[in-house]
Design a protein around this ligand. Structure first.
Ligand SMILES: Nc1ncnc2c1ncn2[C@@H]1O[C@H](COP(=O)(O)OP(=O)(O)OP(=O)(O)O)[C@@H](O)[C@H]1O
Ligand SMILES: [Mg+2]
Length: 212
């Protein structure tokens, strides 16, 4: 079973947006997907509740309250983390994941916080780079990506890729309202976003995203 955790201690950076879209991406490919919501606010589960009948099935799990029991037929477990996880909370979440995706917003404060969080992940979270693969996604990018250069330099030293840049667009909001992912919108509308997701899904489907 494939297991992917979307994680960043910073609130509002796009964890739920990425988790629900990754879940939709794999469900659209015919895989059996479980979306485990570790956030007591249940944003991923709310998204799932809005999902129309007839769409590829995604199973929800209230992982903030219930034990993480995943069916033996599950192909793909996507985990949506809450904000403000630190210390042992990180270790608990990360040990369940083969790959960690970290969305980061394009502000100097968020970028610095992300660098600190990655250090915490590697040191306090005792994330072994061999057992868990980490990638960063620049999210809600409006214009240039120069702002990420410092983060990229920092990530390079740690051999962590900045794997995709996603623009700021109403498409994510429109899709989320309807319990859909951007992969389920009219392609003519979502084309630039589908293109931007390609390096991310390519990474997720590659050996680079899997433990050694
Ligand atoms: N690329 C994007 N373009 C436009 N809006 C976005 C994008 N990514 C996220 N958003 C919006 O930003 C808000 C916060 O995103 P989201 O809920 O995914 O963050 P989060 O990290 O899960 O937040 P929390 O820490 O509260 O769980 C939401 O309203 C979401 O629709
Ligand atoms: Mg969230």
């Amino acid at each position: 079973m494939r297991s992917i955790l979307v994680l960043n201690a910073k609130g509002g950076c796009g964890k739920t947006t990425l988790a629900t879209n990754i879940a939709s991406f794999y469900a659209m490919q015919g895989l059996k997907v479980t979306l485990a919501d570790f956030d007591p606010q249940h944003s991923s589960l709310d998204w799932l509740a809005a999902r129309p009948d007839g769409r590829p099935l995604i199973t929800g799990l209230a992982a903030a309250e219930e034990a993480l029991r995943v069916g033996s037929d599950c192909d793909c477990l996507i985990m949506d983390a809450p904000a403000a996880v630190h210390g042992r909370g990180i270790t608990e979440l990360v040990r369940r994941a083969q790959s960690v995706i970290m969305p980061v917003l394009p502000s100097p404060i968020d970028i610095r916080a992300a660098a600190h969080f990655i250090e915490e992940l590697l040191v306090v979270g005792k994330v072994s780079r061999r057992e868990t693969r980490v990638a960063v996604v620049a999210n809600r990018v409006r214009e240039n990506t120069l702002i990420y250069q410092t983060l990229e330099r920092f990530l390079k030293r740690l051999d962590i890729p900045l794997v995709a840049t996603l623009r700021d667009t109403q498409n994510y909001i429109r899709a989320a309202e309807r319990g859909l992912g951007i992969f389920e919108l009219a392609p003519s509308l979502a084309e630039p976003d589908l293109q931007q997701w390609k390096p991310l899904t390519r990474w997720l489907n590659s050996k680079r995203a899997l433990p050694e």
